[in-house]
Ligand binder design. Structure first.
Ligand code: GAR
Length: 207
């Protein structure tokens, strides 16, 4: 697949960017349908920015701390996305709740990865909560982004067995490996139009 025929995708991060790295690595394959045109972080010191630049990808911080309000910050993030030419957005550890207006602007074109089998454990500390609840199975989810936090239609999931001696850290590490498998797969499905968001809170798959 030529670079020009690949769909342009922007990735939003807040930190280390290992999922971003998995998406970039997948996108380097000739047959992968997406190319990463931009990485944007809301934190100036996000390690993922340097990692992305190492691949020759334009990466910049639009730091929340440099803006007076959520509105002005989001406007700057949107400007950066539009300037990159991205058609789809992948949130990869972007730890900021987006406004309804921002979400609507990219409806059906913005996806997120979350470290639990949604709808179980939206929010933070998912591994600690799965262990505390005595779950024998945990995992990760890629979903379309809607206004509710970690609530959008599910695109892909992978389950991970919980070992009796797991700590939050050991469980997080195995879930992260699963995240790196399903995120590139889910992004490819979305840009190929194999799955789309419906209005009723579910995803529609093309068989
Ligand atoms: C990942 O585990 C991702 O699922 C999670 O943050 C981590 C980011 O790691 N995202 C959320 O919790 C969003 N609700 P990474 O920067 O190495 O990809």
């Amino acid at each position: 697949m030529s670079i020009a025929s690949k769909t342009a995708v922007a990735i939003l991060i807040s930190g280390r960017g290992s999922n971003m790295g998995a998406l970039i690595a997948a996108s380097l394959d000739d047959t992968y349908p997406a190319r990463i045109v931009s990485v944007i972080s809301d934190k100036a010191d996000a390690a993922g920015l340097e990692h992305a630049r190492g691949f020759g990808i334009a990466a910049r911080a639009v730091a929340r701390s440099e803006f007076d309000s959520k509105e002005t910050h989001e406007a700057a993030v949107r400007e950066a996305i539009e300037a990159s030419g991205a058609k789809f957005i992948a949130l990869a550890g972007y730890m900021r709740l987006l406004s309804a207006e921002f979400v609507r602007a990219y409806e059906g074109r913005m996806i997120n990865i979350h470290p639990s089998l949604l709808p179980a454990f939206p929010g933070l500390a998912t591994h600690e909560r799965a262990l505390a609840a005595g779950c024998r199975v945990h995992g990760c989810t890629v979903h379309f982004v809607t206004e509710g936090m970690d609530e959008g239609p599910i695109i892909e999931q992978e389950a991970v067995r919980v070992a009796l001696d797991d700590t939050a850290d050991t469980l997080a590490a195995r879930v992260l490996e699963a995240e790196h498998r399903i995120y590139p797969k889910a992004l490819a499905m979305v840009v190929r139009g194999e799955v789309r968001m419906t209005g009723d809170g579910t995803s529609q798959f093309r068989h």
